[in-house]
Design a binder for this molecule. Structure first.
Ligand SMILES: NC(=O)c1ccc[n+]([C@@H]2O[C@H](COP(=O)([O-])OP(=O)(O)OC[C@H]3O[C@@H](n4cnc5c(N)ncnc54)[C@H](OP(=O)(O)O)[C@@H]3O)[C@@H](O)[C@H]2O)c1
Length: 329
């Protein structure tokens, strides 16, 4: 491996642009290659971000012997085939959230990474922000006692319903749950360190056949619960609150946190602010680089068994709603 981790970016849409910007903040990483279904697009994107190589197919990117790790930035339903392509070509992989469209696909990806002895991670960038590192520390220190309730929302209102877009198209695994609800499920999973024993959920399925609004109650034990709201037809406050026997922690814009407020029972609230650097994607990219340099095949912060468990929880929610994507039938 060279001094710098050599990244390949696969699928050059909106999120890959942001990830490329994030990488530019890391002195020990470079955008070595980019891969698109279009050579012209690859050339433009590569020139914009200073990539050494620009490929007009995903296969050519995966075959480049000098790429260390590939970032997958395609729509949800392509995460599995794109990840398998790269893992089988001997690349490490960071795959955008949702990791896959269901648990069966997630398991195939994890099995493939383990068979090839390659690093693989679910790109929940939220977990790598300094604010989330602090949150995990506060919870481990029992700063608010024992957690009894997690409340989190992640909902936005799209300008209009565009049936063919990846947000509304069931053939691209559209809907709020996989796009942003998955963030809420991973937060509850991180806080409790397990998946719910019971799920009670209500959903609005829209005209294109995907979930547009849902409210879910998760129960882990009698005194461990979560209420999670997600939407693509409603702007929600983007707040997370973690309530414990000895106080609570509130996090505005919790999926990319820059502050959190700790209220220990009987004391004044304390707001802790973080001077985030870069655009946030640099934190997860740096963590991936550290794992690869250390020869690790998975992250302790976003481990693969937890990724699979989260996907199983998402499957259970969809099963309650009777929501199956066309390619699952
Ligand atoms: N972590 C985050 O904060 C975050 C934020 C937004 C999105 N995401 C995730 O990133 C993934 C991509 O989202 P995005 O908003 O970047 O989507 P996007 O702008 O539509 O870009 C997706 C890219 O995937 C490639 N692609 C391959 N097959 C495609 C197909 N049949 N239809 C459309 N695109 C196809 C295209 O790249 P080429 O034309 O170059 O091949 C396209 O530009 C999603 O899974 C989403 O959940 C994560």
């Amino acid at each position: 491996m060279s001094d710098k981790i050599r990244w390949g970016l696969l699928g050059l849409g909106a999120i890959s642009s942001k990830f490329a910007t994030g990488l530019s903040f890391l002195p020990d990483a470079e955008i070595y290659a980019v891969g698109s279904r279009s050579q012209e697009k690859a050339g433009e994107f590569g020139a914009r971000y200073g990539a050494t190589k620009a490929y007009g197919s995903y296969e050519a990117l995966a075959a480049d012997p000098d790429v260390d790790v590939v970032y997958i930035g395609t729509p949800h339903n392509y995460h599995m085939p794109n990840s398998l392509l790269c893992l089988n070509a001997g690349k490490h992989v960071l795959c955008e959230k949702p990791f896959a469209v269901n648990a069966d696909e997630a398991k195939a990806m994890i099995d493939c990474a383990r068979a090839n002895d390659r690093f693989l991670m679910d790109a929940f960038w939220t977990r790598f922000f300094p604010g989330m590192v602090k949150l995990r520390q506060l919870l481990a220190d029992k700063a608010i006692g024992d957690v009894m309730l997690v409340q989190a929302d992640f909902g936005y209102r799209t300008g209009q319903v565009v049936p063919e877009s990846r947000i509304y198209n069931p053939a691209l695994a559209g809907g709020a749950l996989l796009d942003v609800g998955s963030y809420c499920v991973q937060l509850a999973s991180m806080v409790y360190g397990k998946q719910p024993s019971d799920i009670s959920s209500q959903v609005a399925i829209g005209s294109t056949g995907v979930d547009e609004l849902s409210v879910s109650v998760f129960k882990y034990s009698d005194y461990e619960m979560a209420t999670l709201t997600t939407a693509i037809r409603l702007n929600t406050p983007h707040e997370a609150r973690i309530l414990g026997t000895g106080g609570r922690i509130s996090i505005p814009n919790w999926w990319m946190p820059s502050e959190l407020t700790v209220t220990v029972q009987g004391e004044e609230p304390e707001t802790i602010r973080f001077d985030n650097v870069g655009n946030g994607f640099n934190y997860e990219a740096a963590a991936v680089g550290e794992c690869i340099r250390a020869g690790k095949t998975e992250s302790d912060i976003m481990p693969l068994d937890e990724t699979l468990a989260i996907m199983q929880t998402l499957d259970r929610m969809r099963a309650q709603w009777g929501l199956r994507y066309p390619f699952e039938r």
